[in-house]
Ligand binder design. Sequence first.
Ligand SMILES: NC(=O)c1ccc[n+]([C@@H]2O[C@H](COP(=O)([O-])OP(=O)(O)OC[C@H]3O[C@@H](n4cnc5c(N)ncnc54)[C@H](OP(=O)(O)O)[C@@H]3O)[C@@H](O)[C@H]2O)c1
Length: 347
Amino acid sequence: MTCTPVPTVIMSKMHAVLIKDGQGPIENLYIGETDKPVPTKGQVLVKIVAFGINSMDHYQRQGASYILGVEFSGRGVTRWAVGDEVFGLVGGGAYAEFVNCDEGLLLKKPGHLSWVEAASIPENYITAYQALVKYGEVKKGDHVLVHAGASGVGIAAIQMARALGATTVTATASTTAKLDWLRSIPNGATHTVNYKTEDFAAEGVDVVIDFVGQSHWAKNVESLAIDGRMTILATLSGSEVPAVNLGPILYKRLRIQGSTLRSRSLQYQTELISSLNFRDIIDKVTGANGGGPMRTYIHKVSTFFCSSHPVRHGRTTPQVYPWAEIQSAHHEMADNKNSGKIVVEVQ
Ligand SMILES: NC(=O)c1ccc[n+]([C@@H]2O[C@H](COP(=O)([O-])OP(=O)(O)OC[C@H]3O[C@@H](n4cnc5c(N)ncnc54)[C@H](OP(=O)(O)O)[C@@H]3O)[C@@H](O)[C@H]2O)c1
């Protein structure tokens, strides 16, 4: 009798940002070794160059037992043509050397975008498009109010509204520096309000993009014009409003719409991303100095982190976090310090 050896399946390994104990505070993030994903039918394996950091990652880190990260740029290594430069959206797993991405959620990276710029775009621009165009039905001549103006999604929404012909775009944020910057960028805010010290309510706004919820609810409703639309993307100040006056919603014929992205079906997300309307918008996004009507702004690493990490000197993209500093990147986001998108490079 001869014995046939059982073939051993050796799973390839990769590095990724993992979470000690599966979940927890920022200090639990570390780079470790894990299984490299294996693409299934309809998926593309992508070698990641850079990934974007999102507010959602912060919450997921505290309750997740998987690899964080919902957007990236990199090279396709299966399907498409091997080596194609791509960027896209995933349900998770982008804080890694490799990720599987559904073909429909992948976009070809245009030559005018760097890897870092490309990684900063998917979540912000798809979310802003959905909120402002699909649900908000923004049109030429509209007056628009965008809260959390200096957030990644906020900046995308401000520029998109201007590019689509809004007459005014009022943005709110918490600091003078953020507000000054929002007015200074091309197609930036026409008006700004510090929501901590000023009253943003001004009647006659056609579209409100809200991330704040509870503390802004009454003023948002007050601000909306007849037939106004509000898209709610988050409830950063809380989700319960003690008293709601339905009167203005009725007599102003307001439409109030909640919007989520990652919980939507693959088919929905694929159709959204492949729609001609969206493609037309995304094709117009350039880097900060690229001259486009909409630009992606990468949050600069603060001086504190630069001086404490001299290794960064001499890097080609000095404003971006190397992934060894993933904890610093999460701290910057948790402290609401960013003006623009926080992007991390995989090295
Ligand atoms: N529903 C969806 O489809 C969807 C998709 C993507 C993101 N989101 C949500 O959209 C929000 C923005 O995401 P992002 O990644 O662009 O965020 P981000 O760049 O990290 O910026 C978030 C900003 O929100 C502002 N903020 C925080 N708490 C606030 C409060 N209580 N009141 C008013 N403003 C507050 C802060 O700016 P200030 O200093 O100006 O206060 C903060 O910098 C997040 O809440 C995220 O979860 C929703």
